[in-house]
Design a binder for this molecule. Structure first.
Ligand code: ADE
Length: 230
């Protein structure tokens, strides 16, 4: 089975690019797909770019053009759960769009009108493998739960409280739910693994690049460990 590995930014996929045995490079819709072998698995690595449209297009191309049988999204996120520290890991149990808001027409927050599913469940086998790998890399620093995605960089304590309390989010980022939705629509198993780069409270600008590098390193080690055991 070929595994699609997606990150949103250069920093998030740089280590994978160095680690894999590259076979072919293909460009589609402005995204470069790196096909090759890594940890004895067939993988297709790509940087989707920031935001949910980029993530959706990228995931659908992975399914249609590269026939991946599973998708792992890896990268950084802003923490919502008060006990999460920078560098800690969240493995998605499920993902939801926090900016899907049709409350004006009576739909609950986050619910996509006229569809059966608005909370996208990750694959249990991939969750278990990710949690196991994460515990080996960052012992005692892994949580599983809901990842909330939106086309917004969250930078306010009030918003953090709101997203945690009203939508039960553990962390927030800008791609996971889009990847998750496309995978569910195509019946492809997925998991999202995020390492905390900031606390989504407005202080990210101070050290975002530094923590992003650290957090990306951690995510990379987890996926490497995970693949070795899949
Ligand atoms: N990715 C990393 N930190 C984030 C934040 N605070 N909001 C949205 N996406 C993020």
């Amino acid at each position: 089975m070929r595994i699609g590995i997606i990150g949103a930014m250069d920093e998030e996929i740089a280590l994978y690019k160095e680690g894999m045995d590259l076979v072919r490079e293909t460009r589609k819709a402005g995204i470069t797909y790196y096909e090759g072998r890594w940890e004895d698995k067939e993988v297709v690595l790509c940087k989707c770019g920031v935001g949910k449209v980029n993530a959706s297009v990228c995931t659908q191309i992975l399914v249609d053009a590269f026939q991946v049988g599973a998708v792992i999204f890896t990268g950084v996120a802003g923490a919502l759960h008060p006990e999460l520290e920078i560098g800690d890991i969240v493995v998605a149990m499920d993902c939801q769009h926090h900016d899907m808001d049709v409350t004006a027409l009576g739909f609950p927050r986050g619910v996509i009108p006229f569809t059966d599913v608005s909370i996208f469940r990750a694959d249990q086998e991939l969750i278990d493998a990710a949690v196991k790998a994460s515990e080996q890399v960052a012992e005692g620093r892994t949580m599983t739960g809901r990842i909330l995605s939106g086309d917004q960089f969250i930078a306010s304590r009030d918003k953090v409280r709101e997203l945690h309390e009203t939508m039960a989010g553990m962390c927030t980022e800008m791609e996971g739910a889009a990847v998750a939705q496309v995978c569910v629509m195509n019946e492809i198993p997925f998991v999202v693994i995020r390492s905390m780069s900031d606390k989504a409270d407005g202080s990210a600008h101070v050290n975002f690049p530094e923590f992003t590098k650290l957090a990306s390193q951690r995510s990379y080690e987890i996926v490497k460990n995970m693949l070795a055991h899949l």
